[in-house]
Ligand binder design. Structure first.
Ligand code: FES
Length: 375
């Protein structure tokens, strides 16, 4: 820093630093600013001003002091000795206590304005080519009353007086933006570092985050996206909550049903109810019974092969004769038969929840009452 300071004197050059008021700056920001000044041929920040920046105080020339010289640095010709400054009286700034139409409109909103929100509003107006807020608007929105006459700091007056005396040696100091200027223009100073997300350009230039009511269009879109996500999330959970109270029912066909009259079925196997009720109606001389179409090996549905006069299971090859008696494959027993009886109207009533079996090595239940109808 001492080497840098030896090359130039920071006097009234804001560079990329945020205008006052600003937060304390860290070493990396200050180092970046020094590098920028070095590249651009601007006077470097003096050690005294560096310390002031670190603790968040005004630099010497911002306080109205004479520009601080870095140790060993050649002092610029624009010093009070080269051209004794005449104390400049404070120049009254023309002001009006009347709000502009834009200011009056904002004032009617009743919002509590801060410097950052005003800066954001100014930036928005600039983007949209709207008239900027005046100093009076800014002062009244901040609740400070009409702007008072802005005193010109003696040191600034001294610089102004010294500048013509040494035009070649002293670089013209950049005009120092006031807070109201920053707020009014929105682009008074360039960024230092990367502006934080959610800060407007003007607010970042002012060194304060934008926390006002009015954000950029990107901010508004971002907020809209976030709120849309929140609402969608809550709505989904609300629907799931109410769905919880609805019964979880599984609608299956009834296990008891009519299949028509016994005279409707001829001798042999009738497969017309296989898809609907998973049964075959089998009629033999003197009997009608219903076979439940489920292989007794692992539960597949066998196919009726009329050309071979047998049922064949497609899974593992079990074979059953036309009455459902197993004769080949891994099936351990004949297929079960469903309960049948005559309904009051004379139709055959089938109940597949009541099955008659012939377990392997045990007595058959195929002759039990209900396992067949005598026809
Ligand atoms: Fe029918 Fe295995 S399930 S043979």
């Amino acid at each position: 820093m001492a080497d840098d300071g030896a090359k130039a004197v920071a006097g009234g050059e804001l560079g990329r630093l945020p205008a006052w008021p600003r937060k304390p700056l860290n070493n990396s920001v200050i180092a970046a600013e020094q590098a920028h000044r070095k590249r651009s041929g601007l006077p470097l920040i003096s050690d005294e001003d560096v310390e002031a920046l670190k603790v968040g105080q005004q630099m010497s020339w911002e306080r109205g002091d004479a520009p601080a010289a870095a140790p060993g640095a050649p002092v610029a010709a624009a010093t009070p000795s080269a051209a004794p400054p005449a104390p400049a009286p404070a120049a009254p700034v023309a002001s009006s206590a009347t709000l502009s139409p834009a200011g009056a409109e904002l004032m009617k909103g009743g919002f509590k304005w801060s410097k950052s929100s005003i800066a954001a509003e100014q930036a928005r107006r600039k983007r949209n080519n709207l008239p900027a807020l005046t100093d009076t608007d800014v002062a009244l929105l901040l609740g400070e009353g009409p702007p008072a006459a802005a005193p010109i700091a003696p040191a600034a007056a001294a610089q102004a007086a010294a500048r013509p005396a040494a035009p070649a040696a002293a670089r013209p100091a950049a005009p120092m933006p006031t807070v109201s200027q920053v707020a009014r223009t929105g682009t008074a100073t360039k960024y230092v570092g990367t502006p934080a997300v959610g800060t407007s350009k003007a607010a970042a230039a002012g060194g304060v985050a934008s926390t006002g009511m009015i954000g950029t269009e990107a901010d508004i879109n971002r907020r809209r996206l976030v709120w849309t996500g929140v609402v969608a999330f809550l709505a989904t959970w609300l629907l799931a909550f109410f769905r919880f109270f609805l019964p979880r029912t599984l609608f299956e066909p009834s296990t008891v049903f009519k299949i028509g009259y016994a005279s409707d079925f001829g001798l042999g196997v009738d497969t017309k109810f296989q898809q609907k009720f998973r049964i075959w109606v089998d009629r033999v001389p003197g009997r009608l019974f219903v076979i439940y179409a489920k292989c007794t090996h692992l539960g597949c549905t066998p196919d009726w092969k009329p050309s071979e006069n047998k049922f064949k299971c497609p899974c593992h090859g079990s074979g059953y004769d036309s009455e459902g008696i197993n004769f080949e494959g891994p099936a351990p027993r004949p297929m079960d038969r469903a309960h049948v009886e005559l309904a009051p109207d004379g139709q055959v009533l089938v109940d597949v929840s009541r099955l008659y079996q012939w377990p392997k090595g045990q007595a058959s239940h195929f002759d039990d009452q209900g396992a067949f109808l005598s026809v």
